[in-house]
Design a protein around this ligand. Structure first.
Ligand code: ATP
Ligand code: MG
Length: 416
């Protein structure tokens, strides 16, 4: 999904111009306008228009459009390969919300009403790149300048309609380093206990969005303060104040070291919980996160303590952790924890040096493999695995230096 930004932007201008030439009103809308005004590069460009979905399809041709969200007024227009796609949505307002999450239907309308259905004023701006004109029906520009996340319209009502907006508000505040407006904040506090009507997958997606960029510590601080953490992450909410602040301090350090990985952030939140590995497993299952994400968080919380006293450990005990694909993250996490608790940093320094070794030294090829042992007359099984492991440890600890010495060791162990 990485496209050439200049090409993407040019195509998004072309789409507007084509809609205008056909007599429709059309603007860029939402996140892309916010990002451009903040001097950031938008991930993608969304267009809002007076044209109806059928008109959009007719104008751009069936072959270059996808009607995936036509019922909600959304047509995807496919651009040149390097430009990607642009979503073109007809100005709309939402009909009733009955489930606290999604509108039951949409009604096509004008630009102003389309702005008013959006969640936050900073996300409710339109932009005309040709005339360099911002169209602002909700005071979003001022709020952007004041770095304020403010719900459009009556905050309580807006969070009643769609509870997911509470998490989006936290994400907007943490990502951009903005403040939540007072009314917006109070409305979230009042509705926080209802957040669980949002599906676990959508909660997880927002949480990922908070933890994969700068601001994870701010996000968690807000989730705690607003009462959202109590509902979505009780495991962290229930920790003592001391443990919570250690978790937050670790997150600050991860931020400072530009570690923006949701799995590492989650491990930092969960490693102090009772039965941390089982707890991490349960949290990530609850959020239907991927097996890979889950295994990573569980591995990190399980092994963070194993780096204590690293410099005094046998290399065969430490090496499997450092050579592991997540070894770098483990050391970063241990380092942040040590720094936050003002522990000496010699163990993590030692680990960092080891991590800096050339791969062949950090993780040398084994002197003997399972195949070698089979050829030597052993049968696969539990003893076999133990012998192979013993040979590997002896190799790492420098007790055997050649394949012959390793095999000799295996023979001694079998005999004795
Ligand atoms: P991101 O940078 O994460 O994509 P975004 O604001 O662009 O942030 P999108 O999910 O892409 O988020 O949504 C695009 C726009 O649609 C938003 O800017 C906002 O105007 C509107 N929007 C999205 N979700 C909601 C919602 N739950 N309620 C109201 N408006 C929403
Ligand atoms: Mg977006």
């Amino acid at each position: 999904m990485t496209h050439d930004h200049a090409a993407q932007r040019r195509f998004a201008v072309d789409v507007l111009e084509k809609l205008r030439a056909a007599g429709h009103t059309a603007y860029w809308a939402g996140g892309c306008v916010r990002d451009e005004l903040l001097g950031l590069i938008p991930k993608d460009y969304d267009v809002a228009t007076s044209a109806r979905p059928e008109q959009v399809r007719d104008l751009f041709g069936k072959r270059r459009t996808l009607a995936v969200g036509a019922a909600f007024g959304v047509i995807v227009v496919v651009g040149p390969r390097e430009a990607g796609t642009v979503e073109v949505a007809t100005f709309r307002r939402d009909a009733d919300y009955s489930d606290g999450r999604r509108p039951d239907a949409v009604v096509f309308t004008d630009a102003e009403e389309d702005a008013r259905r959006r969640d936050f004023t900073m996300n409710a701006l339109f932009y005309d790149p040709t005339r360099r004109q911002v169209i602002d029906y909700v005071g979003g520009r001022d709020d952007l300048e004041r770095k304020l996340v403010r719900a459009v319209g009556d905050a309580r009502l807006r969070f009643q309609e769609d509870k997911l907006r509470m998490l989006r508000g936290v994400r907007m505040a943490s990502t951009f380093g903005f403040t939540l407006d007072g009314d917006t904040r109070a409305a979230i506090e009042a509705a926080a206990h209802e957040i669980l009507v949002v599906s676990p997958e959508r909660i997880a997606q927002e949480v990922r969005g908070m933890f994969n960029k700068r601001g994870a510590a701010t996000a968690v601080g807000l989730l705690l303060a607003l009462g959202l953490a109590r509902a979505i992450l009780p495991e962290f909410h229930e920790l003592s104040a001391e443990h919570q602040s250690l978790g937050l301090a670790v997150l600050e350090l991860l931020d400072r070291h530009a570690v923006f990985d949701p799995a590492v952030v989650l491990a930092a939140l969960l490693f102090q919980t009772p039965e941390a590995a089982a707890t991490a497993n349960a949290v990530l299952r609850r959020w239907r996160m991927s097996n890979d994400e889950r295994e990573q968080v569980v591995w990190l919380v399980k092994n963070i303590a194993a780096l204590e006293g690293a410099a005094e450990k046998k290399w065969s005990a430490l090496q499997p952790l450092l050579a592991h694909e997540w070894g770098g993250h483990l050391v970063t996490l241990a380092e942040a924890r040590a720094a936050a608790t003002e522990q000496p940093l010699n163990d993590v320094k030692y680990c960092r040096e080891k991590l800096g070794l050339p791969r062949g030294e950090l993780d040398p090829p084994p002197l003997v493999t399972g195949d070698d042992l089979v050829r030597h007359g052993l049968k696969p099984g539990r003893e076999f695995a133990g012998l192979l492991q013993a040979a590997r440890s002896a190799q790492l600890d420098g007790e055997v230096r050649t394949a012959a010495e390793a095999i000799a060791l295996v023979d001694r162990l079998r005999a004795g």
